[in-house]
Design a protein around this ligand. Structure first.
Ligand SMILES: Cc1cc2nc3c(=O)[nH]c(=O)nc-3n(C[C@H](O)[C@H](O)[C@H](O)COP(=O)(O)OP(=O)(O)OC[C@H]3O[C@@H](n4cnc5c(N)ncnc54)[C@H](O)[C@@H]3O)c2cc1C
Length: 365
């Protein structure tokens, strides 16, 4: 008999897990509390950066694994989700140099670009240091990717149910019982919990060793620009003379050029707290755009809000405890890996070991 798996959470991670599990023959039901395309979690909107460039070879390797799986998803769902436009990293030399070194060590193409060359190639960006460009990067369409995972999962036999909130998960023998807010009880051999910013509450009494998870409200903005879809993605690494010192990311999208600060938002309870954007942060983004993004209209930001769920070490939580597989703590940089994270989840459900790096109970201090 097929393994019965309930996936809780229909963001990008739960949807990818549902696809991989259904493709391996599991009997999958996914419960998502909100309607398709909702904007209350972390996976909505028109864009996320895909890139191979990390200073840490572990993440370069993970992104390299993710790339062909995005292409497989596109084939199985008949939906385009990933456009490679390349990525520009600029800012202090040690930060960008480490990225170039890691890409070279992994055998991936990368170039160093002078400020003059950068001005010719990307006139919308102001670059005042040697930049690093790698072509295997670009834009994932976030909403389309979630739809594609769910469509591909359904084509493989999964049942995807929106508007169903899971109110309890109880361990029963080697499996579990999942109860919805409407009182429906579903038995499962395995449960994948991929609930984004709801993880601190959902996991508290369910599994041990969950690192401290910090849920924050982030607020990037789209700025009007000519031909935004032609822009590369970019990261301006922080340092002296750059505000904020933690740097800024951005990319072109259907909605304009998106730019945002990484992980500076206020802590939020996703069910109860107000989500009004902070005016001072909007002003700071406009100031940044005026100075560093000559290709956008800095006077017309259109702000979006989104949740980060951040671990102390910024590594993810992808691990299993009994019948419960946890996908959590994607720390503002998980989307690009979603295609492979579903595969890691399916491996765990089938009893294969996970990476120590992502383990429950790891030291994170
Ligand atoms: C502003 C912003 C920019 C980002 N930019 C990038 C980027 O450029 N590149 C990148 O790689 N990553 C990026 N990320 C990170 C990436 O988007 C997230 O890591 C990823 O979307 C997390 O997905 P998730 O499935 O874990 O969470 P979510 O998308 O929040 O999904 C969890 C789902 O679970 C549902 N749920 C919760 N509780 C229940 C319940 N009890 N019953 C049923 N359903 C439930 C929720 O409704 C939600 O839909 C960004 C994030 C933000 C916020």
């Amino acid at each position: 008999m097929a393994r019965r798996v309930v996936v809780v959470g229909g963001g990008v991670m739960g949807s990818s897990a549902a696809w991989h599990l259904a493709a391996r023959g599991a009997d999958v039901t996914l419960f998502e509390q909100f309607a398709p395309g909702h904007d209350r979690g972390s996976s909505h909107g028109s864009s996320r950066i895909f890139r191979l460039a990390y200073a840490d070879p572990f993440y370069v390797g993970l992104a390299v694994r993710a790339l062909p799986l995005w292409r497989r998803l596109e084939e199985e769902s008949d939906t385009g989700v990933l456009t490679l436009t390349g990525a520009v990293d600029h800012g202090p030399g040690p930060a960008t140099g480490a990225l170039a070194d890691a890409l070279t060590a992994a055998g991936r193409p990368v170039e160093r670009v002078t400020p003059e060359q950068a001005a010719d190639r990307w006139p919308g960006l102001r670059v005042d240091s040697t930049a690093v460009f790698h072509p295997e990067a670009g834009r994932l369409h976030a909403d389309d990717a979630v739809i594609a995972f769910q469509r591909a999962a359904e084509r493989r036999g999964a049942v995807v149910r929106h508007g169903v909130r899971v109110s309890g998960i109880t361990l029963r023998g080697a499996g579990a019982e999942v109860v919805t807010a409407d009182g429906e009880a579903v038995g499962a051999d395995s449960v994948v919990v991929a609930v984004g910013g709801w993880a601190p509450v959902a996991l508290a009494a369910l599994v041990a060793g969950v690192p401290a998870l910090r849920v924050t409200l982030e607020q990037p903005a789209h700025f009007p620009a000519a031909d935004p879809l032609s822009w590369p993605s970019f990261i301006h690494h922080g340092g002296a003379g750059i505000e904020p010192v933690d740097g800024i990311y951005g990319l072109g999208s259907d909605d304009g050029v998106k730019a945002g600060f990484h992980g500076i938002g206020r802590v939020i309870d996703p069910d109860h707290d107000d989500r009004t954007p902070d005016p001072a942060t909007i002003r700071a983004l406009q100031d940044y755009a005026e100075r560093w993004l000559p290709g956008v209209d800095a006077d017309k930001p259109s702000v979006v809000t989104c949740l980060y769920t951040t671990t102390p070490d910024h590594d993810f939580v992808i691990d299993r405890s009994g019948p419960v597989t946890v996908l959590a703590g994607f720390s503002g940089h998980g989307f690009k890996f979603a295609s492979v994270i579903g595969e890691l989840a399916a491996d765990l459900v089938e009893g294969r070991p996970g990476a120590d790096r992502f383990a429950l109970g790891r030291p994170t201090a």
